[in-house]
Design a protein around this ligand. Structure first.
Ligand code: CDP
Ligand code: CDP
Length: 239
């Protein structure tokens, strides 16, 4: 079977990371969480107290930062870790999963120069194919020629509930209402920004998983992969 590039985009809490990770493991593909890169750069900016409207300083930070995503150990995977994230060589896997970092990430993600640096990294990482990459602009900007593009969605209430449940499990003190507001604000910023806004690529398959579990959704994606593969094989035979 040919190794495809699979792009999964969608709003916060739609299930992208869980789905991408599951599909990658079912197919033996690499998995990459592009949002973790924006979050890691945002964490560095917050730690340095760089104002989030200082585009020049934030672009410099993005250029000078080394973010590495590594596959978690089987134990970390069992505990729910998706990618292990290293910021300039130091692990920040848990530190980037706060609402403060998420908000800062979505603010610096509006800056063209920051996006250029991170998109170039993502393109390098996925150049060989056999990868499931998820984010906001994977099917539109990072891999516009991906063989399979999914736009994953779920109702805003369900997405906020899912995020809140994760916070509850970690013991974070945040109310459901606060998470609803956070997700709403980030959705709006991500969809309305001028550079690479969150939009469904014209050739992306829309999958609404409001009422679907991760396994069920992953099986649908793998079916789509097999279908694309069969079509490619048939085209190859007739060429
Ligand atoms: O990456 P994204 O923000 O799109 O979502 P995620 O981190 O994959 O999923 C957020 C939470 O929703 C996780 O705790 C998932 O286990 C959960 N989830 C779910 O309950 N049902 C789904 N169909 C997808 C995700
Ligand atoms: O997990 P969740 O969906 O909540 O967010 P994430 O994927 O970790 O992304 C955090 C923020 O980074 C998003 O709200 C976007 O503003 C930004 N992002 C982006 O602009 N482009 C991407 N390819 C990935 C993330």
């Amino acid at each position: 079977m040919q190794k495809l590039t699979i792009a999964i985009d969608g709003p916060a809490g739609s299930g992208k990371s869980s789905l991408a990770r599951r599909v990658a493991s079912m197919l033996g593909y690499l998995y990459m969480d592009s949002g973790a890169m924006y979050r890691a750069v945002a964490l560095k900016a917050l730690r340095r107290r760089v104002p989030l409207n200082d585009e020049q300083a934030l672009s410099t930070i993005a250029r000078e930062t080394h973010v590495e995503l590594k596959r978690p150990s089987p134990e970390q995977e069992a505990a729910g870790a998706k990618n292990c994230v290293f910021l300039d060589g130091v692990e920040v896997t848990d530190e980037i999963r706060t609402e403060e970092v998420a908000q800062a990430a979505s603010r610096l993600a509006t800056i063209q120069e920051v996006r250029e640096v991170l998109v170039a990294e993502q393109q390098r990482a996925g150049a060989g194919g056999g990868i499931v990459m998820e984010g906001r602009d994977i099917g539109t900007v990072v891999f516009p020629d991906a063989e399979l593009k999914i736009f994953l969605d779920a109702s805003p209430e369900v997405r906020a509930q899912r995020r809140w449940k994760e916070h509850q499990e970690k013991g974070d003190k945040i109310s459901l209402q606060e998470v609803v507001e956070e997700v709403r604000e980030r959705d709006r910023r991500d969809r309305e920004r001028k550079v690479s806004p969150l939009v469904r690529a014209a050739d992306a398959v829309l999958v609404d998983n409001t009422a679907m579990g991760i396994d069920e959704t992953a099986r649908i994606i793998v079916m789509l992969v097999k279908e694309r593969d069969a079509t490619a094989a048939k085209a190859g035979r007739t060429a």
